[in-house]
Design a protein around this ligand. Structure first.
Ligand SMILES: [Zn+2]
Length: 259
């Protein structure tokens, strides 16, 4: 009797611990559905002019070449499961990129033109891929709303709620921990590619130089800091990553964008 009780207690303790450790109620299907909703809202906003894929096929070829290298690094957990869609938003004044759950990635023409090397852009893409692959948004949502509030969504009963939550995710900033995690993960992905593993550090360095000259309005979703640069460089050194090739395609990529 005592033994059974003890076993039951251990099971409960294990399951409570499990929920705490895992803290994500969304299935992979729900996660993709949520991402589709966010993508729909992003693309239906007239502010976001999505660059035409037929007219700018070369630009999209370059962008996919870079993202495919990261997705094929062997380190992306949901490489097969998520749709990993990449789109370019035509806005030269925004130096940013973002990623909705399930791997719906958006990159502004502004950041592609602003950066100097493909390694830096690969760093930014790897960072965004990490937010999706590490399920940062739905981990957050599970924490924010809790089990009771999410049950209807998890069971597929409340489509409106999913839409509302998707609305809340557009333009939302990640926590410092998630930013740090995405930075670190970008090194892990890039270390297994031809790119410099500390590519994301190059992006933040450029942002820091920029901040010295301009108000920090651009930095909204990815606050640059010297410690981020240091941490990314240290992570790349610790892994002994070496870039395999020097690619010269970046200027061609920039040239393929609208002037
Ligand atoms: Zn981020």
């Amino acid at each position: 009797m005592k033994k059974i009780f003890l076993v039951a207690y251990c099971l409960i303790a294990a399951s409570v611990f499990h929920v705490k450790a895992q803290i994500n109620l969304f299935s992979i299907e729900d996660e993709i559905k949520l991402g589709q909703q966010v993508a729909q809202q992003v693309e239906s906003d007239p502010k976001n002019k999505i660059l035409d894929e037929k007219k700018y096929a070369e630009a999209y070829r370059h962008l996919r070449r870079i993202t495919d290298a990261i997705l094929n690094s062997g380190q992306v957990r949901y490489h097969k499961e998520f749709p990993w869609q990449v789109k370019i938003i035509h806005n030269d004044s925004i130096l940013n990129a973002f990623c909705a759950p399930g791997g719906y990635i958006y990159v502004y023409t502004g950041i592609i033109k602003f950066l100097d090397t493909e390694d830096q852009l690969a760093g930014v893409m790897a960072h965004e891929i990490a937010h999706a692959d590490r399920r940062h948004s739905t981990n957050n949502l599970t924490k924010m709303y809790g089990i009771a509030a999410l049950t209807d969504i998890v069971l597929g009963k409340n489509q409106n709620r999913l839409t509302q939550i998707a609305q809340g995710l557009v333009g939302l900033q990640f926590s410092r921990n998630h930013e740090r995690d995405a930075d670190n993960q970008s090194v892990i992905y890039l270390c297994n590619t031809e790119y410099e593993a500390n590519g994301a550090a190059g992006f933040f360095e450029k942002m820091l130089q920029m901040r010295a000259a301009e108000p920090p309005a651009f930095l909204s979703t990815h606050p640059a800091s010297a410690s981020r640069v240091r941490d990314i460089n240290a992570a790349a050194r610790a892994r002994n990553c070496t870039a395999k090739t020097s690619q010269k395609n970046y200027q061609a990529f920039k040239n393929s964008l609208p002037k």
